[in-house]
Design a protein around this ligand. Structure first.
Ligand code: XMP
Length: 520
């Protein structure tokens, strides 16, 4: 755990689908928080963490379940302000001597309306200006008898104890989810809660930068670190931050696997070697990667080959810099949360993301992950704080396996060249129309089909391609971007006219789910 230079809030996670949103709301209030699954949290953990307040999340369990999740009983004796949400409310009541009842016709899912009761509550400042508040409920069980010291401050038709509090102890417990969009005034409730708990809103990128630098120095000592630099936002920000912390102990390894976009290698090398003057190895391994990918058409086989070769290349350079002990990665908070999910059960592998897990263990390197507490937009803010140019900070995500997963079927150099050109035209179109920053990710995939066309009275028999553009918050779900027909028509014409080898352009309007963002 890192040294503490700002106020901290602990979220004990009981496995709700929306726990991450609590963290989002708090980060928006410049409050530092961490989510930890209830299994990992005991009295000692809380004491070491030293939070200024605690939030108990919702979750799918029932307090009646065998081995139902609990908060450490000692938590309630620590004098900390606590906010319990949904299951968090139930578990609080249950552990403090109240009663929870099974659903039996009183379950509530979706929109509900809460009306105030008795006195006004400080954490509800700004609520009930119109008499009622819309909230989002999602519960089967409900509290039927309050624990001692609690009073009711709001009720809904099926949750007589929708808002409850024990003011003498600063314990608050609500049945609904204030963190979701469908509780329009929910953010205000969090704001009031953290104000009451004495948070000063000191979670700024400046503070983060300072702390991250101190942590990196403490972790690494005088050892050497290599950083896999892809030129994407995450690895770029991680590299600049680590360079600021340990200077020339860091060597960045930029792997050119022959699956990069047009101009990408030059851009990254110029930026980091010439501008930032960082030690950078430009590993030109096109032959290695394209050679091993030759003839492969299965998406997972391609991903596995690329993942393995990345390890080989990093391994080679960890040795070539004189024995690196650490590997730096741009792992983000959402990746961390997923990997400690409540269920802990094996989830289905949709795609093997090559850069998540596996790599350092096989290489015997320890990890430096200075962004593992940040959301994507916070990484961008940190990038700006570190002085990275807007063109880098605002870049669309680009996957580690690169164009390999945008070239379904067998990969050939010819197809990659065509794809690079088409992608460059498409992105140019998007920029010219001022859309780049409005879109989360956009790219072209070259399809493994050739179609017949006619150009200048001659027959053509060339590849078809698909344009993809999506909006998303975190890449977990996505919807296609609603370009105008004019834009699509103009772009198709440009691609067909300017890119030899493509004679048909389609637009992919699949959302995720059921599709994924990339084609493989
Ligand atoms: P999918 O295709 O799974 O992609 O919907 C979600 C997001 O992840 C990116 N992606 C990857 N990023 N290594 C990465 O660094 C990978 O192996 C990988 N596969 C997909 C994808 O571009 C999208 O932003």
């Amino acid at each position: 755990m890192s040294t503490q230079i700002h106020d901290r809030l602990l979220i004990i996670d009981f496995g709700s689908q929306v726990t991450q949103l609590i963290a989002r709301r708090l980060r928006e209030l410049s409050v530092y928080c961490e989510i930890h699954p209830f299994q990992n949290v005991d009295e000692t953990f809380i004491k070491n963490f030293a939070p200024k307040a605690v939030i108990l999340s919702g979750g799918p369990a029932s307090v009646f379940d065998e081995n139902a999740p609990r908060a450490p009983q000692a938590l309630f004796e620590m004098g900390l302000p606590i906010l319990g949400i949904c299951y968090g409310q139930q578990v609080m009541m249950h552990q403090l001597g109240g009663t929870v009842e099974r659903g039996h016709g009183t379950a509530e899912f979706g929109r509900a309306f809460v009306t105030p009761k008795d006195d006004k509550l400080s954490i509800l400042d700004g609520w009930f200006s119109e008499g009622i508040e819309q909230v989002w409920m999602s519960h089967g069980d409900h509290v039927s008898k309050l624990a001692e010291g609690f009073d009711v401050y709001g009720t809904s038709p099926n949750a007589p104890f929708a808002i409850t509090a024990d003011l003498s102890r600063n314990f608050f417990a609500v049945q609904f989810h204030p963190e979701v969009h469908h509780t329009p005034n929910g953010a205000k409730l969090y704001e009031n809660f953290v104000k009451l708990a004495g948070f000063t809103g000191d979670w700024t990128m400046g503070a983060y930068r300072e702390q991250a630098i101190a942590d990196i120095r403490a972790q690494v000592g005088d050892a050497k670190v290599i950083c896999g630099l892809s030129g994407g936002v995450d690895s770029s920000v991680a590299a600049v931050l680590i360079y600021e912390a340990i200077g020339e102990q860091l060597t960045c390894v930029f792997v050119d696997h022959g699956l990069l976009r047009e101009g990408e290698a030059e851009e990254v090398v110029t930026m980091f070697r010439d501008h930032y003057k960082m030690p950078l190895i430009h590993a030109e391994e096109q032959e290695l990667f394209l050679g091993e990918l030759d003839g492969q058409s299965d998406p997972e086989a391609k991903r596995k080959i690329i993942g393995r070769l990345f390890i080989e290349v990093f391994d080679k350079h960890a040795k070539s810099v004189g024995g690196a002990k650490f590997l730096a990665q741009g792992t983000l908070y959402p990746d961390v949360i997923e990997s400690v999910s409540f269920s802990g059960g094996p989830s289905v592998t949709i795609k093997s993301h090559h850069n998540v897990g596996g790599l350092p263990e096989k290489m015997g390197l320890k990890l430096v992950e200075p962004l593992r507490e940040l959301f994507k937009d916070e990484v961008r803010a940190l990038g700006r704080e570190l002085g990275l140019p807007a063109s880098f900070v605002g870049r669309h995500p680009f996957p580690g396996p690169g164009l390999a997963i945008r070239c379904p079927g067998k990969i050939t150099r010819e197809k990659l060249d065509i794809l690079r050109k088409a992608d460059a035209v498409y992105i140019d179109q998007i920029r010219k129309h001022g859309l780049y920053d409005k879109i989360w990710q956009a790219f072209v995939a070259i399809l493994p089909v050739r179609t017949v066309g006619v150009m200048g009275d001659a027959r053509t028999y060339d590849y078809a391609c698909a344009l993809r553009a999506v909006n998303s918050v975190d890449g977990m779900t996505a919807d296609y971007y609603p370009f105008t027909h004019e834009f699509l028509g103009e772009t198709a014409t440009r691609i067909i006219n300017e890119v030899e080898g493509i004679n048909r352009v389609t637009y992919d309007i699949t959302s995720k789910p059921p599709g994924t963002i990339e084609w493989e």
